[in-house]
Design a binder for this molecule. Structure first.
Ligand code: UDP
Length: 240
């Protein structure tokens, strides 16, 4: 008999760059399809799933600011980029046979629902995958923080952060093949060692609310499903 899923309700955070595949910009439909099929595998386990998608494959506020734009204005552009990615992911999830809703922190009635917490919870209870777009709706934040915030608001049991590698390492495993992967870490380890997996605001919010963070490789086929079954390789960040 297969293992019951580790959690009942989870938030999946995927960076914009993870959707690029081998491209240098924008969305790769094969990558979106593969991730959507993985999400379907998790929903089929009976797990409620919501998602936050970054916008770094299209625009980052910090890059706009470096090029001379006002930071807040550039950040709003970054948030709009996440809406494009949310719509792209919605399309991939629907093709995989999943009912979905997009809710945006910046209301865009013609495209999607505005963010309404209780409505989002209801969608999840009905088995719909909810994608939260436009980050927190505020400049000077990141989508990692938006993912932690929405995860806490939704009462998620864990925040899963899909990255380019299968967990948190003491040093970059792509540069140092001997680098050690942590199986578990504390929030304070993450903050004090500056491990560059998530920003400090996101980690602090998770810590204050005892929200476990699981870091895994989103590029491995069905890695999300494997993690939810307690299989595969990942790092868990908890209080200890
Ligand atoms: N952003 C923001 N507030 C938020 C979330 C995102 O201003 O609450 C902007 C910010 O400019 C950021 C961009 O949206 O650079 C894209 O998000 P992020 O860099 O987190 O995307 P990722 O790195 O996950 O692809």
């Amino acid at each position: 008999m297969s293992h019951p899923p580790l959690y009942q309700r989870v938030m999946l955070k995927v960076s914009g760059e993870a959707l690029m595949g081998d491209r240098e910009y924008g969305l790769d439909t094969n990558t979106c399809r593969r991730i959507a099929e993985d999400v379907k595998g998790v929903v089929d386990l009976g797990v409620q799933v919501c998602m936050v998608i970054g916008g770094g494959n299209i625009f980052r506020g910090i890059a706009g600011a470096a090029a001379g734009m006002e930071r807040a204005q550039a950040d709003y552009m970054g948030m709009l980029a996440t809406v494009m990615n949310a719509l792209g992911m919605q399309s991939a999830l629907e093709k995989a046979g999943l009912p979905t809703r997009v809710q945006s922190a910046i209301p865009m009635q013609s495209l999607c629902e505005p963010y309404i917490r209780r409505r989002a919870i209801r969608h999840m209870e009905k088995g719909r995958v909810v994608i939260f777009a436009a980050g927190t709706g505020n400049p000077f934040f990141t989508t990692d923080t938006a993912a932690a915030l929405r995860a806490v608001e939704m009462g998620c049991d864990a925040l899963l952060k899909g990255t380019q590698v299968d967990g948190v390492y003491a040093s970059d495993p792509r540069k140092n093949p001997q680098a050690e992967r942590y199986v578990t870490l504390t929030y304070l380890d993450m903050l004090s060692r500056d491990l560059a997996v998530m920003d400090a605001a996101a980690i602090s919010l998770a810590r204050e609310n005892r929200l476990p963070i699981i870091v895994f490789n989103i590029h491995e086929p069905n890695a999300f499903t494997a993690v939810m079954r307690g299989e595969g390789r990942f790092t868990t960040v908890v209080e200890q």
